[in-house]
Write a protein that binds this ligand. Sequence first.
Ligand code: NAD
Length: 456
Amino acid sequence: MNIKEIYSKQRLFFNSNKTKDISFRIKVLKKLKAVLKENEELMFKAIYDDFGKSEFETYASELSLIYHEINNSIKNIHKWSKKKRVATGIANFPGKSYIMPEPLGVTLIIGAWNYPYQLSLVPAISSIAAGNTVIIKPSEVPTRTSKVLAKIINAAFSEDFLTVVEGGVEETTEILKNRFDKIFFTGSTSVGKIIYQAAANHLTPVTLELGGKSPTFVLSDTNIKITAKRIVWAKFFNAGQTCVAPDYLLVDKSIEVKLLDALKEEIEKCYPNYMDISDNYTRIINTKNFDRLCNLIDYDKLFFGGESNRNNRFISPTILKNISFEDNIMKDEIFGPILPVISFDDIDEAIKKVKEKEKPLACYIYSKNKIIKQKILEELSFGGGAVNDSIMHLTNTNLPFGGVGLSGIGSYHGKYGFETFSHYKSILEKSFWFEPNMKYPPYTEKKMKIIKWLLG
Ligand code: NAD
């Protein structure tokens, strides 16, 4: 890889104005979809080899989101690219004003490992739709997946327009020396800070999609059975390696026992044979994360699960109870299949405790009580979330997806992705048929009176 050369080629290509043509962008998006469809088997296999993830989960959480983003972009690209008229005002009469979206230029997308296809390709789709050239640097952690992504994309597209560059810290550091027009990063908060600093050297705008500890409130009036079903699915999907997975539960003490039983029942129903190498349950990505997660299991507080096997990096769906905010597991994002449960007597106290932590990427509330739902939504700051569900908000591309505070900067998905990769150019257009003398010197008392009357 010669990143300087790729970067220069992309700069030249962008300057040729080819990407300004909307039919070109649509052609590329259609080709991308066709190429991915042709290679689905290869993609399923790579991700299975990397972390034992089932075809169903790969399709549901990766390919379907990518295809949806392509279809949605193609459908709306003309609408999103249109210039938008706005009011002009008396000071510029006669004239018209409008806002023109324009592509930013050469963009860099750095992906995380947990959903390795969609975290690289969904932002790439938005960037292409907005008319940019794209360099993707996927996470090097799932090695086979990274290779397959590079192979598929680089065989189908010219590197002066869309390319995948593989590598880890060293290569990314080298890539970041170039002056990009936009950097879109998904990953940890600590690396997000490094990316932000590298971008600052060139005043490059960034979108940072980071992580955090996403709380899930379960109130006494909830439907316990359905709540347990939705939480178990959201937490143990991809073995908890999801940025918006419920990190921990805050449960009203009066229903704690019932909820714990319902969670256990639901796990047993969803993963009856999970101790086998089951295609329904994902493994932990590497031994480093496996060891980190095993150290978080406090066996004195174990309610369910807690089994593990280092040889195949398996950790069973695990629930810890009697947890307090001071426990070790409450320090950092868990990012694995361990669910700590904290019970509360007083919702205000629980909200206060969450507020003392960094602003999370997501928050979930299970309750039928309008006042409490509203209270939590208004009092807590977080990226986005759901009421009576978890994770699923990210599948609605009409909702911007992103964090706040340490969980991220900016957002994407659907038209928000297009906006993220666009500059909105403001234009005032005048004609020649009328030229009032008002603003020109010499300034007279009469002019002063008129301007005060008009603009006061
Ligand atoms: P990570 O920060 O370790 O790595 C992300 C990317 O940064 C990788 O491509 C990696 O090669 C690169 N990188 C790592 N160290 C670097 C350095 N020193 N300099 C330059 N580049 C570097 O994150 P990860 O382990 O891949 O992902 C897990 C984190 O990502 C979790 O915190 C999770 O919550 C978060 N995440 C967020 C979202 C979201 O949409 N907000 C989605 C998925 C994951």
